[in-house]
Design a protein around this ligand. Sequence first.
Ligand code: PEP
Length: 261
Amino acid sequence: MAKASQPCFIVGNWKMYKTIEQATEFIEKIIPLAANSSNTVMIAAPYTAIAPLAKKTEGTKVVIGAQNMNDASEGAFTGEVAAVMLQEAGAQFVILGHSERRLYFHESDEFINKKIKRALICNLRPILCIGETFEEHQQEQAKAKVKEQLEKCLAELDKSACQQLMVSYEPRWAIGTGLAATPKIVQEMTSYCRELLAEMFGEKEAKKVALLYGGSVNPDNAETFLQVPGVNGLLIGAASLDPDSFAKIIEIPQNVQKQVV
Ligand code: PEP
């Protein structure tokens, strides 16, 4: 019955939802709840809402971030956003390699690796998303897939990056499907990720990487995933859009976490 020793991160990924007005209304409801929560509450907002939300959350316990960025420092890349621009807008973290970016925008592990390096230069905390497809899951290729993704996405990183790095295990078949992974799968896959990180960066540094689970998390199953040993938080899509369901998740007290194996 070990208690959580690290902070627990509850990250909402809003995807392409919420205007500035809707985002502000949501954040006003969440700020007081986050103040009383033992968890670190993070919102990955659409680009347009980052600056207003960062201003609104100044001095509060809510942390605002982005869902993507380009790897270049600046340049003629129409429609892209640079890390330094996100930083200026008040973003403190950025989701990189989300399966929707990989699927619809054909992002490769090599590209994601460059983005992670750029994010770190600009003091943006990267949340790297990894996970296998349904076919790979069926063919027992999940571990091979996350190994490949982790090794390529984190190639040539200095071990000092571990302090900043967050990795979210998000099996593609669980994202937006209502079909969450089981706690057993989450435990097996996240502890495998931790082993791989230890091989890459050494055991001591690997322990500093925050490992999250994402995929159809909701107020009914969130606690079960937070209880999985080695899981440091959750990345939440659909259930982060509704302030009431998100509130139920951020209110899960940290002392109920990690008490069940
Ligand atoms: C996500 O977008 O990363 C995600 C996990 O979505 P959902 O919670 O809706 O499955």
